[in-house]
Design a protein around this ligand. Structure first.
Ligand code: GLN
Ligand code: ZN
Length: 767
């Protein structure tokens, strides 16, 4: 029998117990003991459940109270100077690094960024110039012993030293973090020695940098590092794991390392199997990532068993591990709570709990175990039913896709000419003001949705409540003097889920939460079939809002790339094609908004940059189809309509061409923090359309002063001509409270007026 194993498991619990425990601790309702107690219980449940499912290599140290990269930094003593002396307990220091501290000793947290191409965010370790390392936390050893105490021998998971350094922020820009490797390795050696002495026979060392395009120094560092580590703990077997893509050109290096097994992601990198089998050295084990750890689909047993059998035929069962492609951290916990889910679609899915059973059955396939064979047969039936289902392919969608021509992707004229045309119908002052879309999602709005769901109010009552809110925010915006108004998005639970609930081809879940960072979770919708729009989605609200005011109200849409990126996607259709389908559905929405008299439409694409593939080779094609999808949506509008777009949390510099190609009339970007260097990049690029750099940083509860925001605008006007500049916050306001939003927006309008007057004075003095 091959060995059933997993690389990691969701930490949040079936009902997001971790979220509640963390928030209770942060608000002071939970003591440290209570928080740690909840953590211990979650860990114990996970271990027992994996054991019961038949997993033999059960991970430990994959649990974290906040983030596994932060844990890794704390383990090797990478704590920036500014946190010195914080906290009397490890918890206080950990949360200070994760979340910063307020009050008398204000300390900024570590930066947060996305974990490869998942929607999980990790905290970026910071290396100091004189960085030293020591075994500062015993978490990996303690968790191994904790499981051992429960009678379960686990395989501890640690983040490998090379990937750790690659992910960290170095002391100088452009410096080489790998220079720290020789100082870091003794700590890893000590850790492995301790794990071995504690009784571990295997350790899983994650080096996902092997799935990226890396320079040769990285490969050399891996060779050096694993020489050191394998001799440090000769008794301990090392499984070296990489995931999220095939190893490709790095495979030969991985197979040459002195480790006892390597893990391959065979979902994303199926083509690694043949060369791995051809080159694998005598005695090395192979972990086959055949179950998709990154997506929610049930595994096709025949495909997986085919791969397993090939490996077993060559290596023998004892050298083959069966596993998910990556940690199950990135899928929801359990299908058990999904009682409302469309039963047909539900039968096609496997979340983390179901994937445990899949792994276990695949490892035991063909041994005549009735229960195993019955489950595999059920999976075969479900996969066949999905392939043949009439719910998946929609001929009229396919037809429309096949009829897309280049003309459908272009709006009339260019930005500057459309602007002249549009401005004839709408008069705006210099430095016009607007917001990004949402206003505070106050508890009453969320409660109204909950009551509607429970049947305590009916649709008409719900709509009445939303209309009242829209009335209120329109009046407020008129009163403070904003120029282009929004309806405030009160009816939206989430900017993606709201659309997914109304589009064909999607299902949404009740409990399908996935950790985003710390206590934050997202509930991505699932795209199972061709996407279409059965009815208009936003038109009713936009029209209502516009009926209340003479000023322009923006229609507000989430863009196709962002909807795709923040959903679980199909594994039976290219992402580019699904994206085009979403784009067509949204294009109809654009046309309907325009027909309803809306002449400004914003299409948000905050996720455009993050969809960029890990391998450089795939990047140009991605940028092509993602930009085309946006254009397909936007080109539903004529020249009489102004198209706005918004992006945040992006490093724009490397996708500047793509941003320009979106050809949005106005681009609203997050810039209050990274400030105006970004605008310089736009100026250098020759960007000719209008720009709204966020001058109000909505990520902070502070109320920015008129002067502070005016200063940002003045600096923006030095780089971008003032007649192409807008004044706006740098993101939506849904997470903020009215107490801050109201004075902040008043000040923002004040800042725009002030700077506009200054600019007018300068130009009249000149003439
Ligand atoms: N229109 C959305 C809002 O204002 C945009 C959110 C986002 O960029 N993440 O909430
Ligand atoms: Zn934003």
């Amino acid at each position: 029998m091959s060995i059933a194993s997993i690389l990691g498991y969701p930490r949040i619990g079936r009902s997001r117990e971790l979220k509640r425990a963390l928030e209770s601790y942060w608000s002071g309702q939970f003591s440290a003991e209570q928080l740690l107690g909840e953590g211990a219980q979650l860990k114990a449940e996970r271990w027992r459940q994996q054991q019961q499912a038949g997993i033999e290599h059960i991970p430990s140290n994959d649990f974290s109270l906040y983030d596994h990269v932060l844990d890794a930094a704390l383990t090797v003593g990478v704590v920036p100077e500014r946190f010195a002396g914080i906290g009397s307990s490890g918890l206080e220091l950990m949360f200070a690094m994760a979340r910063g501290t307020q009050g008398a000793t204000e300390v900024a947290p570590l930066d947060m960024t996305k974990w490869f191409d998942t929607n999980y965010h990790y905290l970026v370790p910071e290396l100091a110039a004189e960085q030293t390392f020591h075994l500062a936390s015993r978490k990996p050893i303690d968790e191994f012993l904790e499981a051992k105490g429960l009678g379960i021998l686990t395989r501890p998971v640690i983040l490998g030293p090379v990937t750790f350094l690659q992910l960290a922020k170095g002391p100088e820009v452009g410096g080489h973090n790998l220079e720290f490797l020789d100082r870091l390795l003794p700590v890893y050696a000590e850790l492995l020695g301790e794990l071995s002495r504690a009784g571990a026979s295997w350790v899983q060392v994650d080096e996902p940098c092997l799935s990226q395009d890396v320079p040769v120094e990285v490969l050399e560092s891996l060779e050096h590092a694993y020489q050191v580590l394998s001799s440090a703990a000769p008794e301990l077997n090392i499984l070296l794991a990489s995931y999220f893509a095939g190893m490709g050109a790095n495979l030969a290096t991985a197979l040459g390392l002195p480790v006892e097994a390597i893990h391959l992601d065979l979902v994303r990198g199926a083509s690694d199997l043949n060369p791995a089998l051809a080159q694998i050295p005598e005695g090395m084990g192979l972990s086959l990532g055949v179950v998709d750890g990154h997506n929610v689909w049930r595994t096709d047993p025949d495909r997986a068993i085919g791969q397993i059998q090939r490996a077993v035929a060559q290596l023998g069962e004892e050298r083959v591990l069966v596993a998910p492609s990556c940690s199950l951290l990135h899928v929801p916990v359990s299908l058990a709570g999904e009682t409302d889910l469309d039963p047909e679609v539900r039968s096609w899915l496997a979340f983390a709990e179901e994937k445990l059973i899949e792994v276990s059955c695949l490892a035991r396939a063909g041994r005549g175990i009735d229960e195993v064979e019955a489950r595999l047969a059920e999976s075969r039936r479900a996969c066949a039913a999905r392939r043949g289902s009439s719910r998946v392919v929609n001929p009229s969608v396919r037809k429309r896709i096949s009829e897309i021509t280049p003309e459908l992707l272009s709006r009339p004229g260019d930005g500057p000419s459309r602007r002249l045309f549009w401005r004839r119908g709408v008069s705006l002052p210099p430095l016009p003001t607007t917001t990004i879309g949402s206003f505070p999602q106050v508890p009453e709005l969320r409660q109204a949705r909950a009551r509607l769901r429970r049947g305590q109010i009916d649709e008409a009552q719900y709509e009445h409540l939303m209309e009242n809110e829209i009335r209120r925010v329109i009046r407020f915006q008129e009163e403070i003097g904003l120029d282009v108004l929004v309806h405030g998005e009160p009816e939206r639970n989430d900017m993606v889920e709201y659309f997914a609930e109304q589009l064909g081809g999607f299902v949404t879940t009740r409990q399908g939460w996935v950790q985003s960072y710390g206590s934050r979770c997202a509930k991505p919708p699932i795209i199972f079939g061709d996407v279409f729009r059965p009815h208009p989605i936003t038109v009713r609200w936009a029209k209502f809002a516009q009926s209340l005011t003479e000023r322009p109200v923006k229609g507000m849409l989430t863009g196709p790339v962002t909807i795709l990126q923040w959903s679980f996607v199909r594994d039976d259709l290219e992402r580019s094609e699904t994206c085009a389908q979403i784009a067509l559905a949204l294009r109809d929405e654009v046309t309907d908004l325009e027909d309803a008299g809306i002449n400004v439409i914003q299409i948000d694409e905050p996720a455009l940059r993050e969809g960029l593939p890990l391998h450089r080779a795939g990047q140009p094609a991605y940028l092509r189809w993602s930009v085309d999808s946006f254009r397909l949506t936007a080109a539903g509008a004529g020249a009489q309509t102004q198209i706005h777009t918004h992006m945040c949390y992006s490093e724009f510099e490397d996708v500047m061409d793509a941003i320009a190609e979106l050809d949005a009339d106005v681009l609203f970007i997050e810039a209050a923090r990274s400030a105006m260097s970004l605008l310089q990049a736009f100026a250098d690029h020759g960007y000719a359309n209008e720009v709204g750099p966020g001058i109000y940083d909505i990520h902070s509860p502070l109320v920015p002063s008129v002067e502070e925001m005016a200063e940002r605008l003045r600096r923006a006007a030095e780089v971008i001509p003032a007649d192409r500049l807008w004044a706006n916050p740098d993101c939506g306001l849904k997470t903020r409270g009215w107490a801050e939003v109201e004075p902040s927006l008043r000040n923002m309008v004040g800042a725009a007026r002030l700077v506009a007057a200054e600019l007018a004075a300068v130009s009249s003095a000149r003439s």
